[in-house]
Write a protein that binds this ligand. Structure first.
Ligand SMILES: Cc1ncc(COP(=O)(O)O)c(C=O)c1O
Length: 452
């Protein structure tokens, strides 16, 4: 039988997949090492097993013990898999900028997760490094992996990721592109590959708000480089022992917006639903494309899966709130924001009294008039008021058709919101739109203001 003894045996041996559309302007052959194929859906499964194996071998972790780690989620996922298979407890400290999906997944695997503030110094007692360090001292038979300085991290990539890439490219790789966080992936993989061929160029992808690039280029740890950023998984405000700067030929910084937009392109143009740092890696490659020729074979490492980011970079509202989407708002965005609110209507033969009742009940100032599935008029608050003031008792029983205004204009779903301007300048209090499911919606000036 061809059977794996447990899930940990399925880690590694991930595929190398050629990129086409997103790299159409790049002369080189670009191959993606897609690490989402690991059982924890990220590359960090590799180093999680290595750190635990090494701790067990050194007697630092004994049966029934507790594993502690500061993790943005992916290392935690890998450790949680090992803990589940080998019977350890886990406690993870993480920062409050990590996606909820990541944290929920760790909890699903039985881990305890402690969320710490992002915007504090690493030495601050509230930081996720300090909390992990403190827990290790307090909990008996516990082991703090410390992925930043634990060299088992880089070693995992020296013994697995590096050799896999060398074999999969038949030794033809010329460039390696990797997002850098703890530095384990880039340092371990680069060490193996440069031992095979010292001419291979290694480019690290960094973020704005991180210290790596400046430190690499000047040797100065510049605290003024540090500020909060949104990209997850890469960039640091410390120098982890796992980053071997001597193996990295160049650091390229990528903005939060460019990383997010590139990740969305990978999903839509390559069918690869990947994490934020994958987008940053691709954006970095595109920034450096003019240094590549048709003879180059580039391997770009994609660390994790996009499912962890569906509420973030794959969510248009999240992107727009951060100014990452330049795409203009359209009527369908407004309809989505109404979350399926249905239109309240009256018929032309209904009494004006009913229209008033509905306006009061639903707290609305206008009602479309519908007859035989067609919008033939509109009841407006101002018109109905004048009509009623004329003769309250008699006019309440008159038909809506006796006082209705012309129907609201019908607009297309794809109409840019800015084009609504002309309707409102024309003193129309509302427009109507039909969504793709065939439902009608009313968009009043007030609704639009609220949604904008
Ligand atoms: C999504 C993601 N991308 C990139 C990285 C960086 O990898 P490394 O820590 O090996 O430098 C990490 C590490 O946590 C990550 O989770």
């Amino acid at each position: 039988m061809k059977v794996y003894d447990n899930v940990l045996e399925t880690i590694g041996h991930t595929p190398l997949i050629r990129l086409h559309r997103v790299t159409r302007d790049v002369k080189a052959d670009v191959l993606a090492k897609v690490e989402t194929f690991n059982p924890g859906h990220s590359i960090k499964d590799r180093m999680a097993v290595q750190m635990i194996n090494d701790a067990e071998a050194k007697g630092l972790l004994k049966p029934g013990g507790t594993i502690i780690e500061c993790t943005s989620g992916n290392t935690g996922m890998g450790i949680a898999l090992v803990a589940a298979v080998r019977g350890y407890k886990c406690i993870f400290t993480t920062s409050d900028k990590q996606s909820k999906e990541k944290l929920d997944m760790l909890k699903a695997l039985g881990a305890e997760v402690i969320v710490c503030p992002t915007n504090v110094e690493p030495k601050d007692p509230r930081s996720y490094y300090s909390v992990a360090e403190r827990l290790q001292k307090q909990i008996p038979n516990s082991y703090w992996c410390n992925q930043y300085d634990n060299l088992s991290n880089a070693y995992a990539h020296y013994t697995s990721t590096g050799p896999e890439i060398w074999d999969q490219t038949d030794g033809r790789i010329t460039h390696l592109i990797v997002g850098v966080g703890t530095g384990g992936t880039i340092s371990g993989t680069a060490k193996y590959l440069k031992e095979q061929n010292p001419n291979i160029k290694v480019w690290g992808i960094d973020t704005y708000g991180s210290v790596f690039k400046k430190y690499h280029e000047t040797g100065e740890f510049d605290e003024s480089e540090i500020y909060p950023y949104i990209t997850e998984g890469i960039g640091e405000d410390i120098l982890p022992a796992n980053v071997d700067f001597s193996l990295i030929d160049h650091f390229e910084k990528v903005t939060d917006a460019d990383g997010a937009l590139a990740a969305r392109r990978l999903a839509r143009e390559e069918g690869l639903l990947l994490g934020y740092s994958a987008g940053s890696a691709l954006a970095g490659l595109l920034q450096l494309a003019d240094q590549l020729t048709e003879n180059d074979v580039v391997v770009i490492i994609f660390h994790d899966h996009g499912s962890r980011y569906v509420g973030k970079i794959y969510n248009d509202d999240w992107m727009r709130e951060r100014g990452f989407l330049n795409k203009e708002l359209a009527v369908h965005d407004l309809l989505r924001a109404q979350k399926g609110r249905s239109v309240i209507t009256v018929g032309p033969n209904d009494p004006v009294r009913l229209a008033l009742q509905l306006m009061k009940e639903y707290d609305i100032s206008q009602l479309p008039v519908i007859d035989d599935n067609e919008f033939i008029g509109a009841v407006l608050e101002s018109t109905v008021l004048n009509f009623m003031l004329d003769n309250p008792t008699e006019h309440a029983n008159k038909s809506v058709s006796d006082m209705m205004d012309p129907p609201f204009p019908m607009v297309e779903e794809d109409l840019p919101v800015s084009a609504l301007n002309s309707y409102f300048l024309d003193k129309k209090p509302a427009v109507m739109a039909k969504d793709r499911a065939g439902n009608f919606h009313i968009l009043t000036k007030y609704d639009i203001l609220q949604m904008l």
